[in-house]
Design a binder for this molecule. Structure first.
Ligand SMILES: Nc1ncnc2c1ncn2[C@@H]1O[C@H](COP(=O)(O)OP(=O)(O)OP(=O)(O)O)[C@@H](O)[C@H]1O
Ligand SMILES: [Mg+2]
Length: 254
């Protein structure tokens, strides 16, 4: 059984006369332990897809099964449990709490769960070190750079060792060194903990870390490619070729 099965998912925004079909009959499966990249130009439905899987948005039609259970049918309490226990999420806009330090932001989910202070602290330190933001832990989000905020959001998402990590452009605001550190920590989470990762990215280098890439276009799956036995460099070139085929550079590329 696949870890995740997306079945004929539609997501429409708006109402009569002004409808955007953000996802249009999307179906695919993700095996446990896959590191799946999701690419596609701005507005192609990537965030919408991730939000649907994270149960942040209800789908208009279709079903999403996690370990065989239909998460589109979960009710409040089960939803909260699913998000708390299984899911790590890095939002496109980071979503940090402004009035909490980075340390508090990263440890929040564990604190809420009632994990003892010292255990939370140790886990926060480990995650922060992994992402190179240990020195910034006592600062507020407004006092650090965009890249540090993004790494804080990633540390918060991985601290729980989620079995499913959803990341919406986690490397978007990072310099190449920080991006590489982040990708390496995703890779080890994926390899050592068999975490399944879905990562939206516009960046071909980041995408080359994935084991498979799904390309979205106008809310539909355009194509998919697998890394297989290819080297990262070969896969990079292949991704670049598809991106070019689909219409070349989009607004997010610099
Ligand atoms: N809350 C909303 N209300 C109405 N339309 C929306 C809403 N959110 C997204 N859309 C529309 O749905 C489509 C898909 O948006 P989505 O945010 O999923 O794209 P994306 O692929 O994540 O783009 P980007 O790369 O710019 O983040 C777009 O046409 C967008 O304008
Ligand atoms: Mg988006």
């Amino acid at each position: 059984m696949p870890l995740l099965r997306i079945e004929n998912v539609d997501k429409y925004y708006g109402s009569k006369g002004n409808i955007t079909k953000a996802l249009n009959h999307v179906s695919f499966e993700v095996e446990k332990g896959e590191f799946l990249g999701i690419m596609g130009s701005s507005g192609s439905g990537k965030t919408t897809l991730l939000n649907a899987i994270a149960t942040i948005h209800r789908v208009t039609a279709g079903h999403i099964y996690l370990e065989g259970a239909d998460i589109t049918q979960l009710k409040n309490k089960e939803l909260a449990k699913f998000r708390m226990e299984k899911l790590g999420f890095v939002f496109q806009d980071f979503n940090l709490l402004d009035n909490f330090t980075l340390e508090e932001n990263i440890g929040l989910a564990l604190t809420i769960k009632g994990v003892p202070k010292e255990a939370v602290y140790n886990k926060v330190i480990t995650a922060a070190e992994q992402l190179g933001i240990r020195d910034a832990l006592s600062k507020m989000p407004s006092e650090v750079s965009g890249g540090q905020r993004q790494r804080c959001a990633c540390a918060r998402a991985i601290i729980n060792k989620p079995s499913l990590l959803l990341a919406d452009e986690p490397t978007g605001a990072l310099d190449s060194h920080s991006a590489q550190m982040l990708l390496e920590s995703f890779k080890s989470l994926n390899r050592d903990r068999a975490a399944t990762i879905l990562m939206v990215t516009h960046d071909v280098f980041s995408a080359s870390y994935c084991s498979r890439i799904l390309f979205l276009k106008d809310g539909m799956i355009f194509t998919e490619i697998r890394r297989g036995d290819k080297t990262r460099r070969e896969f990079f070139q292949e991704i670049l070729d598809v991106v070019t085929l689909m219409g070349g550079k989009d607004s997010h590329d610099n």
